[in-house]
Design a protein. Structure first.
Length: 407
C-alpha cells in the first residue's frame, strides 16, 4: 500500500439509538478521523447503510441520536437480526450484507480514488471481501455467568470465529485486552495493535462557579458526594460499591452520599431492599442519564469518583474523571489499573472493605485528594483522540499492505 490517503468504511452501528461506551468511543473516533489528512474519504456504515461524514454534524454528544435511526430504523435492524436466525435464511442475509458492504466500499473508492479499508469498531465484522480491521474492546462476555445476557453471549460466540478469520489486523484498546485475546481467543500477538482511547475534549476541570448551575439542577453541593458513572448492570459492581459506602461512618455517609449517573441497563443492579433503604435515607441518589455538560460539572465537583467495575477493556470513565480533576478510586484488576496508572487509588473490586477504605482516605485526607486531582489531570492529558486515530490509521495502512485492498 502506498503512503497516500486511504478511504475508511467505519462500522458505526453503535451511533444509532442509545449510545453506550462503544457508541461514545465510535463517535469521537469518527469525528477525529474526519479531520485526519491521511483519511481521504470516510463513510459510516449504520444498520447496513452507508452515510457520509456530514451525519456527524447532526449527532449530539447525548446518548440518543435521532438522526441516524430516522434514516435506518432500529426496528428494521431488529427484524433483520430475527430473520438471520431462521433456518435457511442466515446465508441469504449474509449474502445481502456482503453485497451492501462491497457496494458501499466500491462507491467510496470510486468517489475518492483512494483504496478502502473496512474498520469494524465493535468486534463482530460484517461480511466483506476487502481489507478488514476489527477493534476488540473487551472479553467480558467470556467470563462469569451473569455479566451479559445469555442471548448476547450466544450471538457473539456464533459470529466471533468468522470475524477473527476475516480480520486482516486487530486492534485492542489496552494491553490487557490484547493479552486476553491471546489467552482466551488464541489470537497471535503479532496480529494485534494496542491503541488506547481518550476522554473527549469536553472533559476538563470546571470551577465551582461554572459547576454550580448543574449541581443545583441535581440538588447537589460541591465536594459533597461520591460519584459513579455507568449504565446500571451487573458488571459495574454497584451493589458492592453501595455496600462499601454503607459501611462508612454515618457522619461521612450523610455528608457524602453515593450519586450514580447512568441509565438502567440489563440485569439486576441496585434492586434489592438495601438499595431501596439507601434511596429513602438519602444516602443513594440515582440520576439516570446525565448530559455531558452536566457530567463534567459532576465529575469536577465530586469528593471522589468510584469505578470498581468487575471487568473493563479500558475504563473510559476513569480517564473522564481524571480529566476533570476528580480523585479516582478504581479496580486494580483488568484494564482499569492500566488506564489509571499511579494516578488513582486502586482496589480489589470484590473486597467491600478495600473500596470503603479508599473512599474514606480521600474524604479524610485533603492532601491526598489534591495530589490525586493533580496526578489525574496529568495522566489524562497523555491520552488524546488524535493519538488514538493516528494509531488506528497506522493499523489500517498496515492491513492494506498485507493483501489486495478494495478499490
Amino acid at each position: 500500500m502506498t503512503g497516500g490517503p486511504i478511504g475508511v468504511l467505519l462500522g458505526a452501528d453503535s451511533l444509532a439509538g442509545r449510545r453506550s461506551g462503544v457508541g461514545r468511543m465510535t463517535l469521537q473516533i469518527a469525528r477525529t478521523l474526519r479531520r485526519q489528512a491521511a483519511i481521504g474519504a470516510l463513510s459510516l456504515m449504520i444498520q447496513g447503510r452507508p452515510f457520509g461524514p456530514e451525519l456527524l454534524d447532526r449527532i449530539t454528544d447525548e446518548p440518543e441520536a435521532p438522526e441516524a435511526p430516522a434514516a435506518a430504523p432500529v426496528r428494521l435492524a431488529a427484524m433483520q437480526r430475527h430473520l438471520s436466525r431462521l433456518p435457511g435464511l442466515a446465508p441469504l442475509n449474509a449474502a445481502r450484507i456482503r453485497r451492501a458492504m462491497n457496494g458501499a466500499a466500491a462507491n467510496l473508492a470510486a468517489r475518492s480514488g483512494d483504496p478502502v479499508v473496512y474498520h469494524e469498531m465493535n468486534m463482530i465484522a460484517r461480511p466483506f471481501d476487502g481489507v478488514t480491521v476489527v477493534t476488540v474492546n473487551d472479553l467480558s462476555w467470556r467470563l462469569a455467568d451473569g455479566l451479559h445476557p445469555a442471548e448476547r453471549v450466544a450471538w457473539i460466540e456464533r459470529r466471533l470465529p468468522g470475524s477473527l478469520a476475516q480480520a486482516t489486523r486487530l486492534v485492542a484498546i489496552s494491553a490487557f485486552t490484547a493479552s486476553e485475546m491471546v489467552n482466551r481467543l488464541g489470537v497471535k500477538r503479532d496480529r494485534i495493535d494496542v491503541v488506547p482511547l481518550a476522554a473527549a475534549a469536553v472533559f476538563r476541570p470546571m470551577s465551582a462557579e461554572e459547576a454550580a448551575p448543574a449541581l443545583a439542577r441535581h440538588g447537589l453541593t460541591g465536594r459533597g458526594y461520591i460519584l459513579s458513572v455507568s449504565t446500571l448492570e451487573p458488571r459495574k459492581n454497584f451493589d458492592r460499591l453501595l455496600a462499601a459506602h454503607a459501611s462508612l461512618p454515618p457522619s461521612l455517609r450523610a455528608r457524602h452520599p453515593l450519586v450514580i449517573a447512568g441509565g438502567r441497563g440489563w440485569g439486576a443492579a441496585l434492586t434489592d431492599p438495601k438499595a431501596d433503604e439507601a434511596l429513602r435515607g438519602g444516602h443513594l441518589r440515582l440520576l439516570g442519564h446525565v448530559p455531558d455538560e452536566d457530567l463534567v460539572a459532576l465529575y469536577s465537583a465530586s469528593t471522589a469518583v468510584a469505578y470498581p467495575s468487575l471487568y473493563e477493556g479500558f475504563g473510559l470513565p476513569v480517564l473522564e474523571a481524571m480529566a476533570c480533576a476528580a480523585p479516582v478510586v478504581a479496580s486494580a484488576t483488568t484494564a482499569t489499573g492500566e488506564t489509571a496508572g499511579d494516578a488513582a487509588l486502586l482496589v480489589d473490586p470484590l473486597d467491600e472493605a478495600d473500596i470503603a477504605a479508599a473512599l474514606r482516605r480521600i474524604i479524610e485526607d485533603p492532601a491526598l485528594a489534591d495530589r490525586l486531582r493533580q496526578d489525574g489531570v496529568r495522566r489524562a492529558a497523555g491520552f488524546t483522540w488524535e493519538r488514538t486515530t493516528a494509531g488506528l490509521t497506522r493499523t489500517e495502512r498496515a492491513a492494506g499492505g498485507c493483501v489486495n485492498i478494495m478499490r
